[in-house]
Design a binder for this molecule. Structure first.
Ligand code: APR
Length: 228
């Protein structure tokens, strides 16, 4: 069985990584417009760099939770028949042991050069304008896909969606496209679909089945079902 898993901020919430759409509509005290658009970066690069530097530094203080770990166990069983497409920019899937992970919204563990457009593994702050290891320009920015930019590797995701047997969305509000549209594409190509989320979402109605609860409980339980 070929399985495609889409994950969002909810899978990392119990590890202590804040989700995006909190009750006050702010993301760690900022609106999206202040920190997650190319316009914001052009207008006030220091605020944007500081924001993502803090998020990158915070990765050192969080650990994968049982949901990430369960997906790594599923990969051990399914191998190449499993692909995780994550909207998350944290590295908790990899640290849990998953290797087949595609970061469609980029990663905090890399930097993108605004000059030569190369991506480089990165662990340090960017605020002090370090030089790009590729071209030497002081043009590095967070390797994060902002609103108005194209997500990474969409062609590959759409190819996999066409031939997947089971599509599972975990911990995502289904509010941001193109990821929010994956379930309908999967259905069109004949996949079964399952949503695992703390609460019902605006996409729940498109899934064959939607289970509500914390990811740290729902995901290991579902993986056990898959493995048994
Ligand atoms: N277990 C399961 N689900 C949870 C948990 C939990 N412990 N905690 C929260 N959730 C759910 C919330 O109910 C919500 O539906 O996770 C979802 C998180 O939604 P968002 O904060 O909108 O995150 P996400 O869907 O990943 O956002 C998509 O939006 O801002 C952009 O680029 C950013 O990748 C992000 C994209």
């Amino acid at each position: 069985m070929r399985v495609l898993i889409l994950t969002g901020a909810g899978i990392s919430a119990e590890s202590g990584v804040p989700t995006f759409r909190d009750a006050d509509g702010l993301w760690e005290g900022h609106s999206f417009e202040e920190v997650a658009t190319p316009e914001a970066f052009a207008r006030d690069p220091d605020t944007v760099q500081r924001f993502y530097d803090a998020r990158r530094a915070a990765l050192a203080g969080v650990e994968p939770n049982p949901a990430h770990q369960a997906l790594a166990r599923l990969e051990e069983a399914l191998g190449e028949d499993l692909l995780i497409v994550t909207q998350n920019v944290d590295d908790l899937h990899e640290r849990a042991g998953s290797t087949r992970v595609l970061h469609m919204h980029g990663a905090l563990t890399s930097a993108l050069c605004g000059s030569c457009e190369q991506r480089h593994p990165w662990a340090e702050p960017l605020l002090h304008r370090p030089s790009c290891p590729g071209c030497g320009q002081a043009a590095l920015r967070p390797d994060v896909v902002w609103f108005g930019e194209l997500p990474y590797e969409m062609e590959r995701v759409f190819e996999v969606l066409e031939r997947t047997d089971l599509f599972v969305a975990i911990g995502t509000s289904g509010a941001v496209y193109p990821a929010a549209g994956f379930v309908r594409i999967a259905v069109t190509y004949g996949a079964r679909t399952l949503e695992l989320n703390l609460e019902r979402t605006e996409s729940s109605e498109y899934f064959d089945s939607a289970r509500q609860g914390p990811a740290s409980e729902l995901v290991p339980a579902w993986v056990e079902e898959m493995l048994s």
